[in-house]
Design a binder for this molecule. Sequence first.
Ligand SMILES: Cc1cc2nc3c(=O)[nH]c(=O)nc-3n(C[C@H](O)[C@H](O)[C@H](O)COP(=O)(O)O)c2cc1C
Length: 199
Amino acid sequence: MKKGLLTILFLSFIACLSAQDIQLVPPTKTGGKPLMEALNERQSNRNFEKKDLPAQTLSDLLWAAYGFNREDKRTVPSSQNKQEVDVYVMFSNGIYFYDAKANKLVLKEAGDFRQALGQPAISDNASLSLIYVINLDKNSRDAGLMDAGFSVQNVYLYCASAGLGSVARGSFKRPDVHNVLKLTEKQEVVLVQAVGYVK
Ligand SMILES: Cc1cc2nc3c(=O)[nH]c(=O)nc-3n(C[C@H](O)[C@H](O)[C@H](O)COP(=O)(O)O)c2cc1C
C-alpha cells in the first residue's frame, strides 16, 4: 500500500511538474537478492515496457551506481580515489546530474533528448538511461573508462536483484550527447546504460 502510494506520487511528480531538481528518498542499503543469485541473473535486456521506476527504486539504483557508502568513498572504487566519473540520468522530460552527496537529481537540461541516445527501441521504452561522463582533468582516460565500468556492473547487479532489466550501450550519438549535456573538451561521455522493466 505504502509502496503503491509512493509510486503514484512519484509518477505524478514526473508527469505533472515541469522538470526540476528531484530530492531522492534515502536509499535502502540492506536486502536484495544474495550476491550469487544476482550474478547468476545478470544479463543485458533490450525489450522494455514503458514504465517509470518507483521513487525508492530510483534512489537505490543510483546509490548502487555511484552513491557514497562511507564518508567520502563510494559503492565503486576509482583509481587513486579520484572519483572522476559523473553520472547523469536521462528521463523523457530532461537530463539530471546525480549529486550523490546531496542525494539529489539536479536538473541539467529540460526536454526530451532521448534521440541522442540512438537505438530508439531501447531508449524510448526504458524507464531511464544513465549516462557516464569522465572528467579528464581529474584522471586519465584509461582510469575513467575502467572506473565507469564498475558503476555499470553495479547497476547490472542491482537490476538483477531488483527484477529490472538493463543494457550497457556504447553505440549512442557521442557528439549529440556531449552537446546536449554542454560538456567541455575535458569531459567525455563513455557509456550509456538503459534501465527499465523487461517486457
Ligand atoms: C562497453 C559495452 C558496450 C555495449 N554496447 C552495446 C550497444 O551499443 N548496444 C547494445 O544493444 N548492447 C551493447 N552492449 C551489451 C553487450 O552486447 C552485451 O553485454 C553482450 O552481448 C553480452 O550479453 P550479456 O550482457 O547479456 O551477458 C554493450 C556492452 C558493453 C560492455
